[in-house]
Ligand binder design. Structure first.
Ligand SMILES: C[S@@+](CC[C@H](N)C(=O)[O-])C[C@H]1O[C@@H](n2cnc3c(N)ncnc32)[C@H](O)[C@@H]1O
Length: 244
C-alpha cells in the first residue's frame, strides 16, 4: 500500500490476521511503532497510532446512544432509508468506520459494507467483531458484513438484489481541537483522494436498487452532478435520495 505503515503484533494479537494484513499492504512487521502510522494487533483488537494519537473503532462509545431510547427514528439517514419491507438489504459502498451503516443495520437492514482502504477495513472489521460481544449491540453488528475492496468493481458482480445503496465518498472537512476530531484526522491521513464519484454513482445505478442515498455537505453540488428525486436537509449535511 505504501512504505509508511508499520504493523506491530502485541501480546494476545491475532498473528494470522497481522501477517495477512502485512502481506496485503506490503508493510513490515516490527516490535516497535514506526515513524508515521502503526497498525497494532493485540489483545484489545486492532488500533491505529501515530502523531501521539491512538485510534480504535468503537460502536459502544460512538453509536449506542444514537440507536437507543427512541433516538434512532430521529436520525436523518434512517428517515431517508425508511421501509417496511421484510428482510431488506443495503450496501454501504463507502463504509469508512461504518457509523452510517450501523444506523441502517439498527433499522433492520442486512448491510454489506465495502471499504477499499485495508487499514480502515481492518479497524472496521475489528470494531464490528467487538460490537458482536456487546449485549446491546450484537444483533445490530451481526447484520453488518465488511468486504475489503473497491465497491465499483464489487457492485458490478452482485448476485442478489439490493434495496438501498448508500454513498458517502467524502470525509468531512478537517475541524479543530477536540480529541475525536484529532482521531479522525489520523484516519484521514490514510484516505486516498476520491476521484471516482461518477464511477461510484454509475455502478450504484447499474446494481439497480430501489433507492440510492447520497450524503453530501449541505451546500455542495449533487454527486456527479445528478439531481436527486428528493432531499432531506440537516444543519451541515443533506441526504440526496434517488428513487429508481
Ligand atoms: C467519508 S468515509 C465514509 C464514512 C462512513 N459513512 C461512516 O459513517 O463512517 C468514505 C470512505 O469510503 C471509502 N471509499 C471511497 N471510495 C470507495 C470505493 N470505490 N470502494 C470502497 N470504499 C471506498 C474511503 O476509503 C473512505 O474510508
Amino acid at each position: 500500500m505504501n512504505n509508511k505503515i508499520v504493523v506491530c503484533l502485541g501480546k494476545g494479537g491475532q498473528r494470522d490476521q497481522a501477517e495477512s494484513f502485512a502481506r496485503r499492504t506490503d508493510a513490515p512487521i516490527q516490535d516497535k511503532p514506526g515513524d508515521y502510522l502503526t497498525v497494532r494487533f493485540d489483545s484489545k483488537g486492532v488500533s491505529l497510532s501515530g502523531f501521539g494519537l491512538t485510534y480504535q473503532g468503537d460502536f459502544v462509545e460512538s453509536m449506542l446512544h444514537r440507536v437507543t431510547n427512541g433516538r434512532l427514528q430521529h436520525e436523518m439517514l434512517v428517515k431517508a432509508a425508511k421501509s417496511d419491507k421484510e428482510g431488506r438489504k443495503a450496501i454501504d459502498a463507502t463504509a469508512g468506520m461504518g457509523e452510517d451503516a450501523f444506523l441502517l443495520a439498527a433499522q433492520g437492514y442486512e448491510v454489506t459494507l465495502y471499504e477499499q482502504n485495508p487499514v480502515i477495513a481492518a479497524l472496521l472489521k475489528d470494531a464490528i467483531r467487538r460490537a458482536k460481544k456487546n449485549i446491546d449491540l450484537k444483533d445490530i453488528a451481526s447484520r453488518m458484513k465488511v468486504i475489503e475492496g473497491n465497491s465499483v468493481e464489487c457492485m458490478s458482480k452482485l448476485l442478489d438484489p439490493v434495496d438501498v445503496i448508500y454513498l458517502d465518498p467524502m470525509f468531512p472537512a478537517r475541524q479543530k481541537s477536540s480529541l475525536i476530531n484529532k482521531k479522525l484526522q489520523l484516519i484521514q491521513k490514510l484516505e486516498p483522494p476520491c476521484s471516482e464519484e461518477t464511477d461510484l454513482f454509475d455502478a450504484a445505478i447499474k446494481a439497480n436498487p430501489d433507492k440510492i442515498i447520497v450524503k453530501r455537505p449541505l451546500k455542495s453540488e449533487c454527486l456527479a452532478g445528478r439531481e436527486p428525486s428528493y432531499t432531506l436537509k440537516g444543519k451541515a449535511i443533506r441526504y440526496d435520495c434517488y428513487v429508481l
